[in-house]
Ligand binder design. Structure first.
Ligand SMILES: C[S@@+](CC[C@H](N)C(=O)[O-])C[C@H]1O[C@@H](n2cnc3c(N)ncnc32)[C@H](O)[C@@H]1O
Length: 208
């Protein structure tokens, strides 16, 4: 497993990946998600990590680092796996991440993680519903990660779209889930102003 160079970030990521794997295993032991289950259920899934894999985290790091991103926005931090990969890239580019999380217990755990990883200076946690908290984000945004509840991808994109600079990249996770379809249909339509391709379970869009 690749981890960012910074020892404090790497140690925190290793700890979180272990906890995330245990959370996934516990869910699998309970029978996993059922086909008709509503995964957009904030209360019931409060303790679930639902995190990016190490490979996805590395990819997000590469994307942010490669495009020298300075202003990055994340919808859905959970316990902070993706947050820390992005923070590691922004530590190198001198950029800043505004991330969002609605669950108060996760926010408390995330603040402690960001502190242990030493990235509190390059990450702002906006606690509450991202559809409200992201109103305060100022452009020009270089990169967005959409990984909150899937039915909200499109409203969150609509909110951020005027703040995206030309060439901004939007990565949307879990696009194999049917609830991301309205979002993927939108960004796949050339009239939307995005060019979109699917890379494994990520929808990658560039703002034209
Ligand atoms: C799939 S998890 C995020 C995983 C995280 N990106 C990672 O890699 O560890 C989705 C998270 O989005 C949060 N969320 C869902 N709807 C939200 C909203 N409207 N505003 C802010 N956070 C939200 C949930 O509480 C949950 O923790």
């Amino acid at each position: 497993m690749w981890l960012p160079e910074d020892p404090a970030i790497a140690a925190e990521l290793a700890r979180l990946h272990e906890a995330s794997a245990a959370s996934d295993a516990a869910r699998a032991a309970r029978g996993g998600f059922k086909a008709d289950e509503n995964t957009d259920d904030i209360v019931r899934l409060g303790s679930e990590y639902l995190a990016v894999s190490p490979a996805e985290g590395e990819f997000l790091y590469m994307l942010a680092r490669g495009m020298q991103a300075r202003v990055v926005v994340e919808f859905g931090a959970s316990f902070g796996l993706s947050t820390l990969y992005l923070a590691a890239a922004l530590r190198a580019t001198g950029g800043h991440l505004s991330t969002t999380e609605i669950h108060p217990d996760k926010c408390a755990a995330l603040r402690a993680s960001l502190d242990r990883a030493g990235v509190t200076d390059c990450v702002t946690l906006l606690e509450g519903d991202a559809r409200d908290t992201l109103q305060t984000v100022e452009g020009s945004v270089d990169m967005v990660l959409l990984d909150g509840w899937k039915s909200m991808y499109l409203p969150v994109l609509d909110l951020l779209k005027p703040k995206l600079r030309p060439g901004a990249m939007v990565a949307a996770d879990n696009i194999s889930l049917a609830s991301t379809r309205p979002y993927m249909d939108h960004v796949s339509d050339p009239a939307s102003g995005f060019l979109t391709r699917e890379v494994n379970d990520l929808g990658l869009s560039v703002k034209l």
